[in-house]
Design a protein around this ligand. Structure first.
Ligand code: AGP
Length: 613
């Protein structure tokens, strides 16, 4: 939900800012803008549309100077339609102060009225503009003390923000602050950076300083100072970011999504290999009572991973699991018992609803285990500071809005945890454990094998991309996968797609099936295969085209008689099939999106990190 960045140093700020915005574009892409500070003046340029529009505008203008300090923003609109005027940065009426902001100022209407009563005229419909005018107000009240004015203005804000501020009277610094929105500082040599996410600056430095909520930072070109929002100075160790710069590039692929789909074998392997180093003792121990129930909470794709996790924990460790969508869990009043444990899953570790769910779990004193992909994310840091544990998926940066490798690596973690709990609970023997481990170790290779059949899906998508509706169906693990498959397709192809537990079809959804429908049946649970065959027949009889995703046939059924098309995935234990069966669905979504001329990396109306409610 919006990306912000900033640069101060000796180089030309504009090229850095544009490059960084492109790395952050996944966070929002309906408009963008930057503010440079040069010779005591603010130069602000903004444009509706992709960052390339802003870039073209700057190129055609050829600014006749080099500014060494600037801030920039890529927007996912919340307040006010995407337009040049509503784009960030926003400035005060005197053109002295410029602000970029990621988040939502919840009391902006009250603040706006308060400012209007003091003759302030607003230029945009955004919540952010109040920050610029408020800063101006306190700047005057504080007789030109920039830092104090920022503290005063922040104290008036309710809601979430990561902001960066420039002031013409202070050309040697950028002030930035955070509350409930991510903000990372990159520490360079004679230059410093700020960004919503590290890929913006890792090409220049991998030394990072993570801000906590309620903190403020002043960046100069040779150092940064960290403060509380009441002005007390803080000291913080820096973190070395391992991700290399190339992993945040497309590396020859036409889109990040396709690259990330193809990175799954490596991501799965890295995640598998690191798992044993993770310390889970605090979470396992909990309040001292054995694990009676696990509650898993998450949003979107991570919630689908949780749905698979539920089946895995129940099948392998015989532990009952409740899965709760984070935006529901956070407003519920969960019944908590001793012996409960919570798992919170989030690729970004910054999803507002998921963080709120974790905070509720903390309030209820539940032992927390966070599964996230981003080192130093709010989820990881808060889980640890609350005495919880963290498992990092080693997927590397996931840039495409549609999550792929994060999902499969989340599954790998959940399976490894499920068999570990199975041994502790004595629901699986040591020898079963070795069998499962061996099978999990082979999943990356099998995923690589499966990806070699990419063209089969590409051709299938070329024939089917224009269907009015696509329904995915399955039972048990396959139903959980079909939820994710339907989400992938709707996100990037804009085709109406839904997922059904195959047995539910006849209770209503089958009324929607007609000749303009494609039904994809995921059937990897061998004891239930024949049930799926019947379900496929039922929809085919109503005119639907059908695709079956399953294991190779051992001779009993002639697949050609079951469905119009069949996609075979490499063989594995039924329980582990989701890590493979989702891959053809990811590819199908990708190629349908391409066929329709969409940008699969940046689907309309969506953003990668949903840091607002
Ligand atoms: C997945 O393709 C999505 N774009 C989205 O549903 C995502 O999984 C969700 O917003 C949760 O994000 P998180 O894992 O970063 O918390």
């Amino acid at each position: 939900m919006c990306g912000i960045t900033g640069y101060i140093g000796r180089q030309d700020a504009a090229p850095y800012l544009l490059g960084a915005l492109k790395k952050l574009e996944y966070r929002g892409y309906d408009s963008s803008g930057l503010a440079l500070l040069h010779d005591g003046e603010l130069i602000v340029r903004k444009a509706k549309g992709r960052i390339s529009v802003l870039e073209e505008r700057l190129m055609s203008e050829q600014l006749p100077f080099m500014a060494n300090i600037g801030i920039a923003h890529t927007r996912w609109a919340t307040h006010g339609e995407p337009s040049d005027l509503n784009s960030h940065p926003h400035t005060d009426s005197e053109g002295r102060i410029a602000v970029v902001h990621n988040g939502i100022i919840e009391n902006y209407l009250d603040l706006k009225k308060w400012l209007q009563a003091r003759d302030v005229v607003f230029a945009s419909d955004t919540d952010t503009e109040v920050i610029a005018h408020l800063l101006n107000y306190y700047y005057k009240a504080r007789e030109g003390k920039f830092f104090e004015a920022v503290l005063d203005a922040l104290a008036r804000l309710e809601g979430s923000y990561a902001i960066a501020i420039l002031c013409t009277d202070y050309p040697d610094r950028i002030i930035a602050a955070r509350k409930d929105s991510p903000l990372i500082i990159g520490l360079g040599e004679g230059e410093n950076f700020l960004a919503s996410d590290a890929p913006a600056f890792i090409q220049y430095t991998r030394e990072a300083l993570f801000l906590n909520d309620g903190e403020l930072v002043v960046l100069y070109n040779d150092h940064v100072d960290l403060f509380t929002n009441t002005g007390e100075k803080l000291l913080r160790d820096t973190t070395h970011i391992e991700w290399d710069a190339e992993s945040a590039e497309k590396g020859g692929y036409p889109h990040f999504m396709l690259k990330e789909i193809h990175e799954q074998p490596k991501a799965l392997n890295d995640t598998y290999k690191k798992f044993d180093e993770i310390k889970l003792n605090d979470w396992l121990k909990g309040d001292g009572s054995p694990i009676e129930r696990i509650i898993i909470t998450a949003c979107g794709t991570a919630w689908h991973a949780a749905m698979v996790g539920k089946r895995a924990f129940e099948a392998l460790a015989r532990i009952p699991v409740d899965v709760e969508i984070a935006s529901e869990f956070r407003y519920g009043n969960p019944v908590i018992k001793s012996g409960d444990r919570v798992i919170v899953i989030s690729q970004s570790g910054e999803t507002a609803d998921t963080l709120a769910a974790m905070r509720l779990a903390k309030e209820k004193q539940l032992p927390i285990l966070a599964i996230t992909n981003v080192l130093g994310s709010t989820l990881a840091r808060e889980a640890i500071s609350n005495g919880g544990s963290v498992i990092y998926t080693l997927a590397g940066p996931e840039i495409a809005v549609a999550s792929t490798k994060a999902f499969t690596t989340q599954l790998m973690c959940l399976y490894l945890l499920a068999i570990k709990l199975g041994v502790l609970n004595k629901t699986i023997s040591d020898s079963d454990y070795s069998t499962y481990r061996n099978e999990l170790a082979q999943i990356p290779e099998k995923a690589a094998l499966l990806l070699k059949q990419q063209e089969v899906i590409q051709k299938f998508a070329a024939l089917q991309f224009n269907k009015d509706k696509v329904f995915f169906m399955g039972r048990q693990f396959d139903y959980a996968v079909s939820l994710e498959a339907a989400l992938k397709l709707k996100e990037i192809s804009y085709t109406h797609s839904e997922s059904f537990a195959a047995g539910e079809l006849k209770h209503g959804p089958i009324a929607l099936v007609d000749t303009r429908t494609l039904v994809v049946a995921i059937a990897t649970q061998r004891p239930l295969f024949e049930k799926l065959v019947s379900n496929i027949k039922e929809v085919a009889a109503r005119g639907a085209a059908t695709l079956l995703i399953t294991f190779a046939n051992k001779g009993k059924t002639n697949y050609d008689e079951v469905a119009d098309s069949v996609f075979i995935i490499p063989d594995t234990i039924d329980t582990f099939s989701p890590m493979l069966s989702i891959i053809p669905a990811q590819l199908f979504a990708y190629y349908c999106s391409i066929q329709k001329g969409n940008d699969p990396d940046k689907p309309r109306n969506l953003a990668k990190s949903v840091t607002v409610e």
